[in-house]
Design a protein around this ligand. Structure first.
Ligand code: SF4
Length: 97
């Protein structure tokens, strides 16, 4: 969570998606209930290769970079070189090689 000098509440300084403004809005409520924060804590909502990646629960990629490059904070990480298997997503995170 990032709170700017104007009070704007965002997921991070690099992810400029307003989720309220402190002190009118509670930072605790924003973190716990705002749809943007909720979406960021659901790795199964990730798209593209991040969405099918077996490491999405421990990595998830940079949401700020995905948003900057595509306008969609849930898009696949544009700078990741890993290519996850093409098959449907696995439920368990494998051990790294
Ligand atoms: S950034 Fe790469 S390693 Fe991380 S979840 Fe996305 S595809 Fe997987």
């Amino acid at each position: 969570m990032f709170v700017g000098h104007t009070g704007v509440i965002q997921p991070s300084g690099f992810l400029s998606l307003p989720c309220g403004r402190y002190p009118e809005a509670s930072v605790v409520d924003a973190y716990q209930r705002h749809p943007i924060f909720l979406a960021l804590r659901e790795p199964d909502r990730l798209k593209g290769k991040c969405g099918r990646c077996p490491f999405r629960r421990v990595c998830g990629g940079s949401r700020a970079r995905a948003y900057a490059m595509t306008g969609d904070m849930l898009a696949e990480e544009p700078d990741c070189t890993y290519e996850p298997p093409a098959e449907a997503r696995a439920n368990q995170t494998p051990m790294p090689p």
